[in-house]
Ligand binder design. Structure first.
Ligand code: CA
Ligand code: CA
Length: 198
């Protein structure tokens, strides 16, 4: 008896008559269901990701592999290879393009900066603003006058301490010391003034 002659033996796909019985089988991409008659899709992605290098897409009766952005399928349609974006139109970079695994990078030469789009190089301005700082120097600097006054005071102190001084180092007009006696001695071009104070 050939069970397959009647309603295909109840098999959803292939019925094979054998001695005294029969069996059902399925075409590639399908698997027998638990009832032994119905063929259901086989999810190839459940086993080793269907052999895909990156993404496995199951479908009824078959499956396919695909890749992430920046990669493309190889000739066997399973593994993914990096796309060299720089190979085509320099990756859209206005200057330098560097390929990386899964992506690429644009860069600029010295004197340029990368624009917001990550592709366009913008030249830096070579014009530098100059600022001139004017400094007004008074004819008579209060600081300088003060220094001179201090020098005069210091000279006066030295004069009082040592009682020896050149006549070119004049007595400060602001000195409150009262000169009691003044004695001058001239040796060659040097004039010594000896003073004593109260
Ligand atoms: Ca499938
Ligand atoms: Ca790349």
């Amino acid at each position: 008896m050939d069970e397959c002659l009647t309603l295909n033996g109840g098999c959803s796909q292939t019925c094979t008559n054998t001695g005294g019985t029969y069996n059902c089988s399925c075409s590639e991409g399908f698997a027998l269901d638990g009832d032994g008659h119905t063929c259901a899709d086989f999810d190839e992605c459940l086993i080793r990701n269907g052999g895909c290098g990156q993404i496995c897409n199951n479908a009824v009766g078959y499956y396919s592999c695909s890749c992430w952005e920046g990669f493309s399928l190889d000739g066997f349609l399973h593994n993914c290879n990096d796309v060299d974006e720089c190979f085509t139109k320099n990756g859209g970079c206005s200057q330098f393009c560097t390929n990386t695994v899964g992506s690429y990078i644009c860069s600029c030469s010295e004197g340029f900066v990368m624009g917001w789009d990550g592709h366009s190089c913008i030249e830096l301005s070579t014009t530098k603003s100059t600022t001139t700082q004017q400094t007004t120097v008074p004819t008579t600097s209060p600081v300088a006058s003060s220094s001179r006054f201090q020098t005069a005071q210091q000279t006066s102190t030295a004069l009082m301490d040592t009682s020896t001084m050149s006549t070119t180092d004049v007595m400060p007009t602001s000195s409150t010391a009262t000169v009691k006696t003044t004695t001058r001695y001239v040796f060659g071009e040097t004039c010594f003034v000896f003073v004593s104070f109260i």
